[in-house]
Design a protein around this ligand. Structure first.
Ligand code: PLP
Length: 400
């Protein structure tokens, strides 16, 4: 019989993908399922970006490019880091890959030896721990308290660090919690890292442009230049520019690390897509005004969903600072019984009930390493969100 390699045997296809497939299958059967599971904006890629791709095709940019990014895209990324983040990276401190996911893959494959530890606060984006495991490292998960805004605390980090710790991974704003770190939240963590020179920091800034109210986004390399030589600042065009399908992610970091990552990439994909790189140049160098409009639209939806969830007995949702997710507590519905007589013992049971009885697909906290919670992706039409909230409220009212 087929035997997978041990490095992937503990990793399944992501819970999110599985749930999504089930919800899609129900929908195909004709059930009116509302899917609030997807991690992508519902906007389309702006026209000027599509036009840049079309022009690149017409100009014959259809060949392999430089291994880890075209000079044009690297220059656009350098300018972006400097303009928006106040961090200066030279061109050879910048790398481009097929999505931020491949950036993470390259970085972890290039640095982890078997058994090396990577500290990951939960709730976390599932890929962090899965990629660490593919790279034969060991994820060290730290549960973050909702009361602390799902943010890692300095003493928790200090306690988790061992001689085998290679990386700390932070993600702000976070998928799935929407929580974001202010400068004063980062500061104590960076102080801990200053005391542990063997630990590097991978920051995932994917949702930088999706922050609400007066939240001011900052990135650690700007806050603490003394750590810049062991920080990998990861970002991408997927979420900000509604370009998930174009598959372009990038990072700035120390030259030697960037070089090692290119070694991995050279044997995985040779280079990112030429056309997508040309489009990404237009995204980063082009007009940025539509970002504010889209953000305002996301903020309206955030407010609607948070208010709707908090009006439901048994649910408890913190107001997220960014991204397009809510991560709501559901401790108050555990121990109850469905009209069909099933006990809701876990957040996964609750989400299964919502799908079965209310035709709403959401993802349980267990998929992100923290229970009992569930994630809603509110990058859907407001009318769908209103309907979904109504169904969730009715489903909760039917529990006994
Ligand atoms: N980082 C976070 C936190 C994400 O949520 C995602 C996508 O869901 C990514 C990175 C990957 O983005 P991409 O590979 O599309 O650049």
């Amino acid at each position: 019989a087929f035997q997978p390699a041990s490095r992937i045997s503990s990793i399944g296809v992501s819970e999110i993908v599985k749930l999504g497939a089930k919800a899609q299958a129900l929908k195909r059967e004709g059930r009116p399922v509302i899917i609030l599971g997807a991690g992508e904006p519902d906007f389309d890629t702006p026209d000027h970006i599509k036009e840049a791709a079309w022009k690149a095709l017409q100009a014959g940019q259809t060949k392999y490019t430089a291994l880890d990014g075209t000079p044009e895209l690297k220059a656009a990324i350098r300018d972006k880091f400097s303009r928006e983040n106040g961090v200066d990276y030279a061109l050879d401190e910048i790398t481009v890959a097929t999505g931020a996911k491949q950036i993470l893959f390259n970085a972890l494959m290039a640095t982890l030896n078997p058994g090396d530890e990577v500290v990951i606060p939960t709730p976390y984006w599932t890929s962090y721990s899965d990629i660490v495991q593919i790279a034969e490292g060991k994820p060290v998960l730290i549960a973050c308290d909702a009361k602390a805004g799902f943010r890692l605390q300095a003493e928790e980090l200090e306690a988790a660090i061992t001689p085998k710790t290679r990386w700390l991974i932070l993600n702000s704003p976070s998928n799935p919690s929407g929580a974001a770190y202010r400068e004063e939240d980062y500061r104590p963590l960076l102080d801990v890292l200053l005391r542990h020179p063997h630990v590097w920091l991978l920051v995932d800034d994917m949702y930088e442009h999706i922050v609400y109210d007066d939240f001011r986004f900052v990135t650690p390399a700007a806050i603490e230049p003394r750590l810049k030589n062991r920080i990998l600042t990861v970002n991408g065009v997927s979420k900000a520019y509604a370009m998930t399908g174009w598959r372009i992610g990038y990072a700035g970091g120390p030259r030697d690390l960037i070089k090692a990552m290119a070694v991995v990439q050279s044997q995985a994909t040779s280079c990112p897509s030429s056309v997508s790189q040309a489009a990404s140049v237009a995204a980063l160098n082009g007009p940025q005004d539509f970002l504010a409009e889209r953000k305002a639209s996301f903020q309206r939806r955030r407010d609607l969903v948070v208010a709707g969830l908090n009006a439901i007995e048994g649910l408890d949702c913190r107001v997220p600072e960014g991204a397009f997710y809510t991560f709501s507590g559901c401790a108050g519905v555990l121990g109850k019984t469905t009209p069909g007589g099933k006990l809701i013992a876990t957040d996964a049971d609750f989400c299964a009930y919502l799908l079965e009885d209310a035709n709403v697909a959401v993802v349980p906290g267990s998929a992100f390493g923290l229970s009992p919670f569930f994630r809603i992706s509110y990058a859907s039409a407001e009318s769908e969100l209103v309907e979904a909230l109504k169904r969730i409220a009715e489903a909760c009212a039917r529990l006994r």
